[in-house]
Design a protein around this ligand. Structure first.
Ligand code: GRF
Length: 223
């Protein structure tokens, strides 16, 4: 048996607001055996999120939690994390979730996000969706990418788990760049979650250290 399978599947609570492409990708990776996890709950910030249909189809429990029904970010976050706690989520996965959250102490280093650039470049307040790729092209950098990171209480700031670089081409538009970066995201997010499922991730201040696989399969590989 693969060493990772000796662990129970990582229980994911996935938060969405939009198309749910990242959620769909995770479900596909779980189905194909590349990600040893189970999506135990999907929380949407809106009842109209297209991504809810993927959860419905997969028979995953759904909660819609709208910011407008809560007086403050603190109260909103409290309700969201109550659900994450109740479903016994190991990790909370932000998958295109657009509302700000306050992370409670018991979820520190248990909430992850993917940002469509190489943090800390093109990140922080205002850098989301197309704005990121527009800014990358405007600045003229030759390499961008994506970053999977733990979420803390600052924008795009928590410890970085994994990054993938993506070249910027002369002919790129925000759309073409977005799709190339999204293809990298589809590899990076499940890969990072699989590291968590295998319990190979240790956080040391801002540094995230990844232990080699317990079956020694990458022994001798370069860093
Ligand atoms: C991705 O571009 C990701 O970088 C950002 O949200 C987008 C995915 O949203 N965090 P969705 O899965 O298409 O709703």
């Amino acid at each position: 048996m693969h060493a990772a399978l000796a662990q129970p599947p990582l229980r994911l609570a996935v938060l969405i607001s939009g198309t749910g492409r990242s959620l769909k990708n995770m479900l596909d990776r779980i189905d194909s055996g590349q990600l040893h996890a189970k999506v135990v709950l999907v929380i949407s910030s809106t009842p109209t999120a297209h991504g809810l249909q993927f959860a419905e189809k997969a028979g995953i429990p759904i909660v819609v939690c709208e910011r407008k029904n809560h007086a403050s970010q603190t109260e909103y976050s409290r309700e969201i994390f109550q659900h994450c706690h109740a479903c016994r989520g190991d990790v909370v996965v932000l998958a295109g979730f657009i509302k700000r959250l306050t992370i409670p102490a018991d979820f520190e280093n248990r909430v992850v996000n993917i940002h469509p650039a190489l943090v800390p470049s093109f990140s922080g307040k205002g850098f989301y969706g197309h704005h990121v790729h527009e800014a990358v092209l405007e600045y003229g950098v030759k390499i961008t990418g994506c970053t999977v990171h733990f979420v803390d209480n600052e924008y795009d700031h928590g410890p970085v788990i994994l990054q993938k670089a993506v070249p910027v081409m002369d002919r790129d538009t925000p759309d073409t760049l977005q799709s190339r970066v999204f293809a990298a995201e589809c590899e990076a997010y499940p890969e990072a979650l699989q590291l968590l499922a295998e319990k190979r991730v240790a956080v040391d201040g801002r540094r995230v250290r990844v232990a080699p696989p317990s079956d020694g399969s990458d022994a001798g590989s370069s860093p």
